[in-house]
Write a protein that binds this ligand. Structure first.
Ligand SMILES: Nc1ncnc2c1ncn2[C@@H]1O[C@H](COP(=O)(O)OP(=O)(O)OP(=O)(O)O)[C@@H](O)[C@H]1O
Ligand SMILES: [Mg+2]
Length: 293
């Protein structure tokens, strides 16, 4: 069980305002993807959630328990948040076998030998790497090492799994395989996942919800289908979808009933409702418009 609510999160690095009033609710069982171009604040948001960064403003709760209250300078320690973070660079201990790498964190928690063995083997099987348990990291491919890093994260039964571009070091083929594995992991364990990527195909195929970031702000939070069919603006429409959308210039006119649009594609008519504007629409005169479809 874990529901995470971020409210009015502001984060500065010096003068640089990198997170601007972030409001984000991650429901129990969500596969929430933070999507956006490089430098827009995805990793920073993940680090705020995990407790590695202290925001200057805002609050965060996990299951209604306050873990960040910036106004009162309260920041719960990362280790007490029950979260687990897998970074893009998956640092495995080189002198430990796969089994030992995963067991290490559980030993620190002082679990019994049987419990540790059970958890290690379960997580290895979930990630389909149990046959490599006695190998050392340098005897594994990058993709296999990445699976070990994820297995290590899930072995501790985290309330929440935070994944920062975990597939970025893999070749195209493995990325596709791992997408399927991660979806399966989500389905089978029901763990809430927050997943960071700048790859919109990953976001659209794996997530239950996508938070689209734009320069430190969240432009839209929606299911992949909503994001695709009903993007908030042209920029969002341009960012999601493969192949990219086509944009066509046209002239719009409102004839009292319908919008009449002339473009190189010919003349088309639309319901007034498809027009995204709050401004008064002049009758009979051409104007600039963004149409929904
Ligand atoms: N430790 C830091 N000190 C100063 N500025 C930082 C620090 N970490 C990140 N930033 C800045 O904050 C902004 C957001 O960075 P962040 O790492 O969150 O981006 P991102 O969306 O994860 O990008 P990418 O897709 O490239 O990983 C960037 O402008 C970055 O330069
Ligand atoms: Mg990043």
């Amino acid at each position: 069980m874990s529901k995470i609510v971020l409210e009015h999160i502001d984060k500065f690095y010096g003068e640089n305002h990198v997170l601007k009033d972030i409001n984000l609710t991650i429901e129990d069982g969500d596969f929430m993807t933070l999507l956006g171009p490089s430098g827009c604040g995805k990793t920073t948001t993940l680090r705020v959630i995990s407790g590695l960064e202290k925001p200057q403003g805002g609050t965060m709760t996990i299951d209604d328990k306050t873990v960040i209250d910036a106004a009162n300078a309260f920041y719960e320690e990362p280790s007490k948040r029950g979260l687990n973070l897998v970074f893009q660079s998956y640092a495995l201990w080189p002198h430990m076998t796969v089994y030992q790498n995963i067991a290490f964190g559980l030993k620190i928690k002082k679990l019994s030998k049987e419990e540790i063995d059970q958890r290690v083997m379960d997580s290895l099987r979930t990630m389909r790497i149990d046959q490599y348990k006695d190998r050392y990291p340098n005897e594994l491919s990058g993709g296999q090492q990445q699976r070990v890093a994820i297995a290590r994260a899930i072995a501790s039964n985290p309330k929440l799994l935070l994944l920062d571009e975990p597939l970025s070091n893999l070749d195209a083929r493995l990325r596709i395989d791992m997408r399927v594995e991660l979806k399966r992991l989500h389905r089978e364990t029901g763990t809430t996942i927050v997943y960071v990527t700048h790859d919109q195909v990953e976001a659209m195929t794996m997530s239950t919800k996508v938070a689209l970031f734009k320069a430190g702000e969240i432009a839209q939070i929606a299911t992949p289908l909503e994001l695709y069919t009903n993007p908030v603006d042209l920029e969002t429409a341009d960012f999601v979808g493969s192949p990219r959308i086509n944009m066509v210039d046209g002239t719009a006119r409102y004839d009292g009933n319908e919008l009449v649009v002339d473009s190189v594609l010919g003349q088309m008519t639309f319901d007034k409702e498809t027009l995204k504007t709050t401004e008064e629409i002049p009758e009979g005169q051409p104007f600039d418009a963004v149409l929904d479809r």
